[in-house]
Design a protein around this ligand. Structure first.
Ligand code: 5GP
Ligand code: MN
Length: 338
């Protein structure tokens, strides 16, 4: 492992930097990558943002979005950039299995690898890691990273906007993952940089297309099963459901649907199963002591955070649900706690 002084030294000369984040990047992943894009450009580096897959259009307004290279659309270019890079950043993910299209290139490239992340149990594929599971978001750590380089003065309104986007995305507008006062302090500092918090919030959260809102309401109304004894609900989405509303699974953003489901009084666990061409994608959200990271990790080849995790399953949706229901008693004790 490198020391931070070596990182500082490394970045004191012009470098070819590639910034990467995870599959189906969310506001924190895109905010982290684009904040560092603007920051390193200002420092005089040669910078590229390479993301593995497409992402929801509610993030396309972010400053610098035009420069983003989507590996699933331009695979060779993405791999070439990684192979030519001197420094590769892994942002908002801690295992190469979360970055399907470029994972191998990152593993084998000769660049110095730096991880900035807040998920539990990082894999050891990097040379330096700024990693803290008590951080609300990766952008929080991106902000700390800029401060560690003594470059706070370089934070302009574009960088601040990207960081604020990640903050409100991962905290659900300052609702969860608030383990310290730091997210609030950072938000205040970003405010002083001239961001427009109302407008950023609207761009991220009030940007549904009609069909997306109708689809989410349909999922809650028709596709959600309640298990009142377990304080649990689960939602299943199959290809035919998405076809009916013209929804593309590649860019479907499940955050709002999950938040809606978690707004049920007394709910402790919500699980979303989505058919996605390959393995079924599973999202878990929970409250309190219901540890969905361990559950996803033990049974569904996944991980994440204690109260928000994801995983996958290689059998179809109904068989996956059956399996989930057979495993649910493992969580019974924490699901019954007040
Ligand atoms: P989401 O349900 O929004 O896709 O993911 C919720 C959280 O779990 C996110 O923090 C995400 O990074 C993490 N997560 C989702 N899928 C996986 C996975 O397959 N493996 C791991 N390790 N984490 C995941
Ligand atoms: Mn994150």
């Amino acid at each position: 492992m490198m020391q931070f002084d070596e990182v500082r030294q490394l970045l004191s000369q012009k470098r070819k930097i590639v910034l990467t984040n995870h599959n189906n990047p969310d506001g924190d992943a895109m905010g982290s990558a684009l904040a560092l894009y603007h920051f390193f450009m200002k420092m005089g580096h040669e910078v590229n943002v390479v993301v593995p897959t497409q992402y929801h259009e509610s993030l396309h307004w972010l400053p610098g979005n035009d420069t983003v290279i989507v590996a699933e659309n331009s695979l060779q270019m993405a791999i070439d950039l990684v192979n030519e890079a001197e420094v590769v950043f892994s942002l908002d993910y801690n295992g190469l299995d979360r970055i399907s299209f470029v994972g191998n290139a990152i593993e084998s490239c000769s660049a110095v690898k730096i991880m900035i992340d807040h998920h539990l149990q990082p894999d050891e594929f990097v040379d330096y890691a700024l990693h803290n599971t008590q951080s609300s978001s990766t952008v929080e750590l991106v902000y700390e990273f800029i401060l560690m380089l003594d470059q706070e003065a370089l934070i302009d309104v574009d960088i601040a906007t990207c960081i604020y986007t990640g903050l409100i995305s991962d905290t659900g507008r300052f609702k969860h993952a608030l383990f310290t006062r730091r997210p609030f302090e950072i938000a205040a500092e970003l405010y002083d940089k001239g961001i427009d918090p109302g407008e950023i919030s609207r761009q991220i959260f009030d940007s549904f297309r009609e069909k997306e809102l109708r689809f989410n309401c349909y999922c809650i109304s028709e596709k959600m099963t309640m298990l009142p004894e377990q304080n649990t609900a689960y939602i299943t989405i199959e290809q035919s459901d998405m076809d009916r509303f013209g929804i593309d699974y590649k860019t479907f953003e499940s955050g709002a649907l999950l938040a809606q489901g978690m707004s049920i009084r007394g709910i402790k666990l919500l699980v979303l199963f989505i058919e996605r061409g390959g393995p079924v994608k599973i999202s878990f959200r929970s409250r309190g002591d219901v540890n969905v990271r361990d559950f996803a990790n033990a049974h569904f080849d996944g991980g994440g955070h204690k109260n928000a995790s994801g995983g996958r399953s290689n059998v179809n949706v109904s068989a996956t649900v059956e399996r989930f229901l057979s495993l649910l008693p493992e969580l019974n004790e924490s699901l019954q706690m007040v």
